[in-house]
Design a protein around this ligand. Sequence first.
Ligand code: FES
Ligand SMILES: [Fe+2]
Length: 424
Amino acid sequence: MHMIATDVDDSITKLKTKLAAETKKPNRAMDPYFYRSHLVHDRELEHIVFKSWIYALHESELPNSGDFQLLDIGEDSIIIARHTDGELHAMHNICRHRGAAVCEDPCGNRATFVCPYHGWVYNLDGSMRAAREMHVLSEFEPHEHGLKKIRLISYMGLVFINCDPEAADFLGPLSHLSEPLGAYRLEKAKVAYKKTYRIDANWKLVLENYLECYHCATSHRAYARLHTLKDLEENVRPVLDAMLARSDEITGVPGMSTSYRKIYLDAEGFGACSYTSRYGLFDGYVTGSRDGQPVAPLMGSIQAYDGGAGDYQMGPLTFMLNYPDHCVLYRFLPRSVTQTDLEIVWYVNGDAEAGKDYQVEELIWLWDHTTQEDEYIIMRNSKGVNSRFFEPGPYHPEFEETLRDFVHWYLHSLRSTLPDELRD
Ligand code: FES
Ligand SMILES: [Fe+2]
């Protein structure tokens, strides 16, 4: 990765000036400042990312008491563990003594978390079990020194976390997706494969790429052959209308063709976006695979292929693209100013067997291939955006509408973090 220069004169006042300038050109790409500034990066982690609902894992990945996984966001590490009572807990991987990480392994099974530094011991729910020799400190209260807890909810087996104790409710917004999403029986699904793509670009560039399909026709030939999303809606309206008209009946799922959209500034609560719609595949194709033909058994209660795919958003950073035979989840996590982890998780029916009911290579081919193409264009995008000579151009009004909505929300959220005396 090429390094970007640090602006030693960066300041809150400069951020305010840059934010004010953005309001004068609301339908253009953002100023390079927002992708380069370390001050912006720190503020967006604190005020946007750590206040948003974020997908962590699927319940089936931690089936037993003591099972855990780590989730890395920015410079932070979060432990998700299953307690002996069967409940899942999320907590910061930071010892309450002098701050060492209490767990290094990315996943595994433990009875307790023991800090390697001075040996403080924590239970699977983060509560303190023992602090070696601390009884000599008379005012020391073990129950006040548990690992810091993180909000956690489970929805259809999908586990989401939020580091803000005051975070808005998320189950309410998600409930609007229940009809179409319920058909996949995700709570009984299994993770067939998952892969983290570490991309050398700012997280907003990686996410913005996902939020628009203007680039699909030019960058994703295999995808574009199957999916109508790469075309202007007026050109594919007949294909869409025909699919929507037959979808509920053919799939046997009332509400399969439902649309719902409350994302970003319209979300019911901060960081609690919720969205679904169903879009069409071109005639002759029924799923997102190399040749558009099935790669796994039909999921959940879906009875037949309708030539459609379900598009979902859950929170600002998590998305799903659900075909009748498999689901593909995307999660975007910033790691540094110039590095992003994009995780893709492929789900199939819980009872489907690898090698018999599906071949992993065929299951993941389309989106692995498409994501490698994305990686290529995002890194080139990053190179140009990081130039001080980049002058942002206009968004396409239809293809880049959701991307624009994200940018409006992002800038609005940053603006609301300014101290009162610096707000307009
Ligand atoms: S830092 Fe963990 S026990 Fe001291
Ligand atoms: Fe793409």
